[in-house]
Design a protein around this ligand. Structure first.
Ligand code: ADP
Ligand code: MG
Length: 815
């Protein structure tokens, strides 16, 4: 006779032919009981954990709806059978059979100890396998993005209802979201004129009365009855001057909720789902699964930072014991999320620094001679930044530094000096700008700055898309043989044919305008040149941005870069006068533009931001341009610039404007990037309230670059009080950092950076404005990497996997 193991193996083998749960009469679930009996008889109670594990999987099998899941389940069963009864209880629990959840006693009692270290496959099972979730409900949940048990477990409440803090009816305020407990005084059902059924309940709690009305829920008449106590939560509306509820959530008061002073979760829902139902389902899922999810955070780290373990955090974030626990749970989940993010960032940095950089010998005297040869004195902020860069260049590690400074703060000269120092050491440098115009401006700036260079001035060449034919070939040859010291250019610098003899410094201007791949491509050029070196060098990297980045964002997004800040303007800069203009004053604004043009100056007019699409935005810009040209400024020379124009067209218009051949440049937000037209003195922004503050500040930076007084006029289209207040902030300060911080707080990081800033994983739990948390997380991540740079230790294995998962969703590398 077959042993129970052989018998089951034969059945499973038969099942692998079709995976239809037909290998044994009644299905594997039914066979589970027989197996348990026979196996217990054969192997004794010592093997019960193993027997149970197999039985659980057999019971779960019929619930698995897809073939791949069944294949996986069978594989697992074969593995268990092979391991045999002496293997003990397997660490991974079975895929959640519906019946299983029901049988589980409350969670803490079953928390396996030690906690699991492997992810149970059941977490990825579809939601239909949860008791109480049918096909229709699962489809509704899918609309919330919830497809697997894991999704549900990590679907966190929007807020918690605090039943320990109920409000009396006479203290309700319009518009607030509240929960009350009241008695039903009377009810009434009727048909509305539009043919809907309406059901109304008059409620009282002794302090006052309030009406609640529901539409198209006739069954409520059966369930909400006169004299009954109910709990209502929803927003306080008003009708005919009296407070009321419209279609609020309701439920009978549950003693358990009330007397424990419990915090009850409220989830975001979709049509057809109720919080009451979801809470019940969630309770079961959380009780069973929370203790079974392995915790990626190692124990000693949790202890060092006072963090809850994952099981507790998950339970408490859904069903908190009290507010303190809720806070701790949220903190722990946010910590984990940022921690994994930071590990990814910091590992990139380690990786970058694991290749040697060119150690550039820079003598102090030589450095001072260079600085003295510049046409102006560096500000102390510029000197400090340059000092930090020089220290990096002297070190054997490749620099990765962000140079941050407001528009006009003088970043270019700092980068220019660094590049010349590299050239002086016989190596090469490259500077990449996002547009041809900018590249050309940089080229001219460099030539000017190097005019009095002590010794041989570096050879600088410009390489853009317009560089063609013989000139291009010549530049390619010069870069390859090293006769060109410094290349300034656009994307043309990262084309296939471009090779450098010895590229030691890469400078990227307005770095957020470039995609991740392009930035990586330019850095890669540093390696091409040093092929003969074993392993090669990484070039030093300096990225420049005029977007003032609040420290919290710096730590998150550019956390792998060192940062230098130029927080001081060169002397003699005239602040741009900023005014918020109401729509009715627009004519006056136009008159002002005209008066400036008559004085020989130029102006920008920015069209309102159109979110819909670049195409619609372009169309709106064309219309605005035509209107201005025909109706407002028929006698002036207007140009148009928008995102749908070809690169060459854009360049041509900007160049014409820069040469003074146009009086007014009508543009969409594409003009934001660093073009320098010193003769432009007016920046008029239409629909200013639609732009972010940091962006308005960038617009403003386009003027005030010359000797003439300059103006920024912000026309608010529909100024709500908040919108006006925001704009007043731009009026009140010229400090980009202050505006950026405000912007970040108001709009969140995604908006702040613009949608093009991808490569940044989504954060669900954490707000990256929480600086204190971020700093702790960062410290924790650095410590961990110091001990285990490659996350190779067994206790870090799960962490390593999470890092990979998070970073593979974005582009994987941020700069
Ligand atoms: P940004 O930081 O916006 O790139 P730039 O490097 O273009 O600023 O500098 C803006 C202007 O200020 C340029 O015309 C530059 O020559 C000038 N500038 C830079 N540094 C100084 C300084 N220390 N003293 C005087 N003018 C300076
Ligand atoms: Mg610049």
């Amino acid at each position: 006779m077959d042993t129970p193991v052989e018998k089951l193996r034969k059945i499973l083998k038969a099942e692998t032919e079709k995976f239809e749960d037909r290998a044994v009469i009644g299905g594997l679930a039914r066979f589970a009981d027989t197996w348990t009996r026979e196996a217990t008889a054969a192997f004794g109670p010592e093997a019960s954990a193993w027997i149970q594990a197999i039985a659980d999987r057999l019971r779960a099998y019929s619930q698995l709806s897809s073939r791949p899941e069944r294949v996986a389940a069978l594989e697992e069963l074969f593995r268990l059978l092979k391991a045999g009864p002496s293997a003990g209880a397997p660490s991974a629990p079975p895929p959640q059979p519906a019946a299983q959840i029901q049988r589980m006693p409350s969670a803490p009692a079953v928390a396996p100890s030690p906690p699991p270290t492997e992810e149970p496959t059941g977490l990825n099972a579809p939601l239909t396998t949860v008791r109480g979730i049918g096909k229709r409900q699962s489809q509704r949940l899918a609309r919330l993005g919830l497809r697997t048990i894991r999704d549900l477990l990590f679907y966190l409440p929007r807020r918690h209802e605090d039943f320990s803090n109920l409000k009396p009816i006479n203290r309700l305020e319009y518009g607030e979201e509240v929960t009350i407990i009241a008695r039903v005084q009377s009810t009434n059902t009727w048909q509305t004129k539009s043919g809907r059924t309406a059901f109304k309940a008059l409620l009282t709690d002794g302090t006052g009365y309030i009406e609640a009305t529901w539409f198209n829920q006739p069954h409520l008449a059966e369930r909400i009855r006169q004299g009954q106590q109910i709990v209502i939560s929803g927003k306080v509306d008003q009708y005919l001057g009296r407070p009321c509820f419209t279609s609020p959530e309701w439920e009978p008061p549950q003693k358990q909720l009330l007397h424990t002073g419990g915090l009850v979760p409220v989830y975001s829902l979709t049509e057809g789902l109720t919080n009451r139902w979801l809470r019940q389902v969630m309770r079961r899922v959380v009780d069973y699964w929370a203790p079974r999810v392995p915790d990626p955070l190692p124990t000693d780290l949790r202890e060092a930072y006072g963090l809850l373990d994952l099981a507790t955090a998950l339970r408490q974030v859904h069903f908190p014991d009290n507010k303190t626990m809720l806070k701790k749970a949220r903190y722990r989940l946010a910590f984990e999320e940022l921690f994994i993010f930071q590990l990814g960032l910091l590992r990139q940095r380690l990786l970058w620094r694991s290749q040697p950089g060119r150690q550039i010998p820079i003598e102090e005297e030589r450095l001072q001679a260079f600085i003295l040869s510049l046409p102006f004195r560096l500000t102390s902020a510029q000197q400090r930044a340059l000092g930090q860069i020089v220290a990096d260049l002297r070190s054997p590690y490749p620099m990765s530094r962000l140079l941050q400074g407001d528009v006009g703060s003088g970043k270019t000269v700092v980068a220019a000096t660094a590049m010349a120092l590299v050239a002086d050491a016989g190596l090469q440098a490259a500077m990449m700008a996002p547009t041809e115009i900018l590249a050309e401006q940089h080229y001219q700036t460099l030539t000017r700055l190097y005019a009095n260079w002590p010794g041989r001035p570096p050879t600088v060449r410009l390489l853009t898309g317009s560089t063609t034919g013989a000139e291009r070939e010549e530049i390619y040859a010069g870069l390859a043989d090293g006769s060109i010291d410094i290349a300034v250019g656009t994307h043309a610098l990262i084309q296939e044919g471009v090779t450098f003899r010895d590229l030691a410094l890469v400078v990227i201007d307005e770095q957020h305008r470039f995609g991740v791949r392009q930035r990586a491509a330019l850095r890669q050029k540093g390696r091409d040149g040093s092929r003969d070196e074993p392993g090669g060098y990484n070039p030093h990297l300096l990225v420049m941005t005029a977007t003032p980045i609040p420290r919290s964002l710096q730590l998150t997004i550019w956390g792998h870069l060192d940062v230098s800040v130029i927080d001081e303007m060169p002397p003699g800069r005239q602040p741009v006068t900023t005014r918020v203009i109401m729509p009715r004053e627009r004519e006056r604004a136009y008159a002002f533009v005209r008066s400036q043009v008559e004085k020989g100056r130029q102006a920008f007019i920015i069209c309102p931001l159109v979110e819909a699409s670049e195409k619609i935005e372009a169309k709106a810009a064309v219309e605005e341009y035509e209107r201005l040209q025909k109706e407002v400024f028929p006698d002036l020379r207007l140009g148009l610039l928008h995102g749908r124009m070809k690169a060459e067209e854009k360049e041509a218009v900007m160049a014409a404007f820069a040469r003074g051949e146009l009086d007014i440049l009508v543009a969409t937000s594409v003009v934001e990037v660093g073009i320098d037209v010193p003769n432009a003195t007016v920046m008029l922004v239409e629909g200013a309230e639609r732009f972010g503050l940091a962006q308005l500040h960038q617009f403003r930076g386009r003027v005030g670059r010359g000797e003439h007084p300059s103006y920024c006029l912000l026309v608010a289209e529909s100024a709500s009080p908040e919108a006006e207040e925001r704009l007043r902030a731009v009026e009140a300060t010229t400090d980009g950092f202050v505006l950026a911080q405000k912007d970040l707080e108001m709009r969140g990081p995604g908006e702040f950076l613009g949608t093009r800033q991808s490569g940044m994983p989504d954060l669900k739990m954490a707000t990256i404005a929480d600086l204190r948390l971020l700093e702790r997380v960062r410290e924790a991540a650095s410590r961990l990497l110091e001990e285990d740079p490659n996350l190779e230790r067994p206790e870090h294995r799960l962490l390593a996997r999470r890092v990979t998962e998070m970073w593979s969703k974005g582009e994987g590398e941020v700069s």
